[in-house]
Design a protein around this ligand. Structure first.
Ligand code: SAM
Ligand code: SF4
Length: 328
């Protein structure tokens, strides 16, 4: 059985972007009210007194957009300071990153993934659903700042949408030739914008690899903390390429993670809502952290049965929430 030691923590469900693959156009998401969010103190109590004692040692802060969370640097510092924390990472859209990259690094954030779906500012703005000011430039500045302060490996996430950014695969892959960056291509999933998924479909990692192989060749490689990505390298490149193939290849049997939503629901599987625990309500109603440990341990035991096991498993309601709500 896989050891489950990795917790993805959503700090907030709100976002300053509306990526077309994540939030359906014109949709009104029901945001979590402020008083329903786990406070910093509650979150730290759950990590220190529930998750660490049952064996979690690696944490990723995500959202929504995690940099919208007030006092995010303090949270990073506190989580990094637990002696059992072996790895503390963040996934961000990078828009607010440049001014605080150094503080996050100094506070103990070990790794960072930044979403960058296009090198063309016009296409980028079309994808993030926000026009006007040049958000692309601010995200690019955030990437440069993160690289400068020493985040290594610096990972860039690209969700590939047919007819939108799939013509940029080679340009995005080429970023790894001169820079020690790790560019990860993520297969588009029917979570969030099911209509776009039905209209456009998705591009498989195998097709993407073939394009890159035809241009430069491709060798297998490794990168620190690669998780579910298959890692390759353009021969002679400084950086690496990752492919996350959750559509074409089921890696549920290797799943080593759980997710904690911003309002305190512990979710054992991204795509199956079975078995979720409402840790915030339990904590607020006085359930002891020892009892919560027992509940999480029980969930760990049944997790292999809950895991989605591929698109044909027939799990009902699998895609009823967006990645921004679950904590992607
Ligand atoms: N806002 C941050 C960001 O965009 O990096 C963190 C949260 S976002 C929900 C986390 C990841 O989920 C991003 O890399 C995003 O590209 C990915 N994602 C969201 N919706 C997706 C979808 N329908 N298919 C595949 N990946 C998706
Ligand atoms: Fe926001 Fe991230 Fe979703 Fe884009 S993918 S809308 S940046 S939460």
């Amino acid at each position: 059985m896989n050891q489950v030691d990795y917790l993805r923590i959503s700090l907030i469900d709100r976002c300053n972007f509306r990526c077309l693959y994540c939030m359906p156009e014109g949709s009104q998401l029901d945001y979590i009210l402020q008083q329903q969010l786990l406070t910093n103190e509650e979150l730290l109590t759950l990590i220190e007194e529930v998750f660490i004692p049952v064996g979690f040692t690696r944490f990723r802060l995500t959202g929504g957009e995690p940099l919208l969370r007030p006092r995010v640097v303090d949270l990073v510092r506190a989580i990094a300071s637990f002696p059992q924390t072996q790895d503390l990472a963040m996934t961000t859209n990078g828009f607010l990153l440049a001014p605080i990259a150094q503080s996050l690094y100094d506070a103990g954030l070990s790794r960072i993934n930044i979403s960058l779906d296009s090198l063309d500012p016009d296409i980028f703005h079309q994808i993030i659903g926000i026009h006007g000011r040049s958000r692309w430039q601010e995200v690019w500045d955030g990437i440069q700042a993160a690289y400068r302060v020493g985040f290594n490996p610096l990972k860039l996430n690209v969700v590939v949408i047919p007819g939108v950014n799939d013509h940029e695969i080679l340009d995005l892959a080429a970023l790894t030739i001169e820079k020690q960056w790790h560019v990860r291509f993520i297969e588009f999933m029917p979570i969030g914008n099911g209509q776009l998924f039905s209209d456009r479909g998705w591009v498989s990692s195998a097709e993407l690899r073939q394009q890159i192989r035809d241009r430069w060749g491709l060798t297998e490689s490794q990168v620190c903390g690669a998780g579910p990505a298959d890692v390759f390298q353009i021969p002679g490149a400084k950086g690496t390429l990752g492919f996350i193939s959750q559509m074409s290849e089921c890696f549920c049997d290797r799943c080593n993670r759980m997710r904690l939503s911003a309002d305190g629901w512990l979710r054992p599987c991204l795509l199956n809502e079975t078995g979720q625990l409402d840790l915030k309500t339990a904590l607020r109603s006085g359930v002891s952290t020892y009892q919560l440990q027992e509940q999480v341990k029980n969930l760990l035991v049944i997790k292999p049965e809950i895991n989605f096991k591929g698109r044909d498993s027939g799990v009902e309601g699998a895609y009823s929430r967006t990645m921004s709500q679950i904590g992607g």
